[in-house]
Design a protein around this ligand. Structure first.
Ligand SMILES: N[C@@H](CCC(=O)N[C@@H](CS)C(=O)NCC(=O)O)C(=O)O
Length: 183
């Protein structure tokens, strides 16, 4: 049965931005089941039975329900290990560096960029006022973290071309693609 993917109607929105990279890299066919947060479809009893926190995304893989976008990424990368782009390193040390990159994304990048995104774009879209103090503080914190990324990227120039592997990280970078920067 084809993988069912419950996510925002704009599939690339929110947590969807994280795992669509894995779906694409692994060439995994899926059925998109839109769950509109704007229309509160994430709070119906049917959806809460799938994702008890009422958040998107979630998947149903032939009856196996999984939520939390990064856990979904890990599951799909592992399940389709021999298909598409290899994403998970196998050796102990490479795996440790992968986990380091993944936790940096979660702890040092995502919270600040998510706040910037919500204050600058999410709130106005929902008809709310941006809190300029929170926005300025999150931008300052995010800039500091991105400065560290720049330093790390500067040390990891592309082996063959000398170019940096990735510049100007998008607002939501998947843990998996992030790993390529660190390995
Ligand atoms: N940690 C979760 C976060 C998911 C999340 O925050 N989803 C947002 C949309 S981007 C959501 O469903 N918000 C609705 C709500 O919390 O009521 C994940 O990565 O899957």
């Amino acid at each position: 049965m084809v993988l069912k993917l419950y996510s925002d109607p704009r599939i690339f929105a929110g947590g969807g931005a994280i795992f669509v990279h894995v779906l694409a890299e692994k060439r995994i066919p899926f059925q998109h089941i839109p769950v509109s947060v704007a229309d509160r479809q994430n709070t119906t009893p049917e959806y809460l039975a799938i994702q008890p926190f009422g958040q998107v995304p979630a998947i149903d893989d032939d009856g196996f329900i999984l939520y939390e976008s990064r856990a979904i990424c890990r599951y799909l990368a592992e399940k389709y290990q021999d298909q598409g782009t290899p994403l998970l390193p196998q050796s102990l040390k490479e795996r440790a560096l992968f986990e380091q990159a993944a936790f940096i994304e979660l702890a040092n990048f995502h919270p600040y960029c998510q706040t910037v995104n919500d204050e600058a774009f999410g709130k106005p879209r929902r008809g709310l006022l941006t809190d300029q103090t929170i926005l300025a503080s999150a931008i300052a914190l995010a800039s500091g973290k991105l400065g560290v990324y720049e330093t790390i990227l500067g040390k990891h120039r592309h082996q063959s071309t000398g170019a940096r592997p990735c510049r100007n990280l998008p607002s939501q970078t998947s843990s998996v693609s992030c790993t390529r920067i660190f390995l």
